[in-house]
Design a protein around this ligand. Structure first.
Ligand SMILES: Nc1ncnc2c1ncn2[C@@H]1O[C@H](COP(=O)(O)OP(=O)(O)OP(=O)(O)O)[C@@H](O)[C@H]1O
Ligand SMILES: [Mg+2]
Length: 231
């Protein structure tokens, strides 16, 4: 691609390889993937079940360690950082939306969204104000005090999206973030992510099985037989 100005890279991986090894069982997933995501860019990752999409996302987000290759988040080489520094960078620069939300059941929607802000060292009143504002923007202003068990599936998913965006990360990564929602709610949650993405110029890297959602993103990649190709 010819780009007139060099956009800032929020996520970059070179020569990425992963082989799971448990006892004598070795499961090679891929060997030598390269990917770069620029600031504000939205990328969809498609691929069959078992192709390695979740594995790739975990490596890019520093949740797992590659067998070979390097991951750079906001220009910083993940392997060169201490665990503490890596955790801090992750909390500041990345937001995750898992397929099954992973909200803390004992905490309210507001508290769940406040948590990453508090971890970043912000005081409670400001964290609460930011969390409230974001929950309002995803249409949950009337559900702040509900715990995950008292929210509908779509409301939980929207809470998870708010939590992923609350630190205004450089990049939000979603592993089928709308995968377990009905079509209408999925479209709504996806729309909220795109809207918040536009508002904050946050990059999106979304694993999805939904090609019509994928087409709404800037770039569509497919992971197939250990190779990542642009569609
Ligand atoms: N901890 C693990 N140990 C061994 N093998 C694993 C482990 N995690 C995943 N795998 C294997 O690695 C391959 C890729 O798994 P991954 O979860 O990345 O696939 P995926 O593309 O996300 O699939 P899906 O669409 O079903 O979520 C699969 O064949 C899986 O069985
Ligand atoms: Mg997966």
């Amino acid at each position: 691609m010819n780009e007139e100005r060099q956009p800032e890279s929020v996520l970059r991986a070179t020569g990425l390889a992963k082989t799971y090894a448990e006892g004598s069982l070795r499961t090679p997933v891929f060997d030598g993937l390269d990917i770069e995501v620029h600031a504000g860019e939205t990328v969809a990752i498609l691929g069959a079940s078992g192709a390695g999409k979740s594995t790739l996302l975990h490596l890019l987000g520093g949740l797992d360690t590659p067998t070979a290759g390097e991951v750079y988040v906001a220009g910083q080489k993940m392997s060169a950082l201490s665990d503490a520094a890596r955790g801090k960078l992750r909390n500041r620069a990345l937001g995750f939306v898992y397929q099954f939300h992973h909200l803390l059941p004992e905490f309210t929607a507001l508290e769940n969204v406040m948590l990453p802000v508090l971890l970043g060292g912000t005081q409670v009143p400001e964290a609460a104000a930011r969390a409230r504002e974001l929950l309002e923007s995803v249409g949950l202003g009337h559900r702040l005090g509900h715990k995950p068990g008292e929210l509908s599936g779509g409301e939980r998913q929207r809470t998870a999206v708010a939590r992923a965006l609350v630190n205004k990360p450089a990049c939000v990564m979603g592993d089928e973030p709308t995968g377990n929602l009905d079509e209408k709610t999925a479209a709504n949650v996806f729309g909220q992510m795109l809207e918040l993405n536009r508002a904050h110029r946050t990059s999106l890297v979304l694993v999805t099985h939904d090609r019509s959602l994928a087409r709404k993103l800037d770039r569509v990649m497919e992971l197939h037989e250990g190779k990542l190709r642009q569609l």
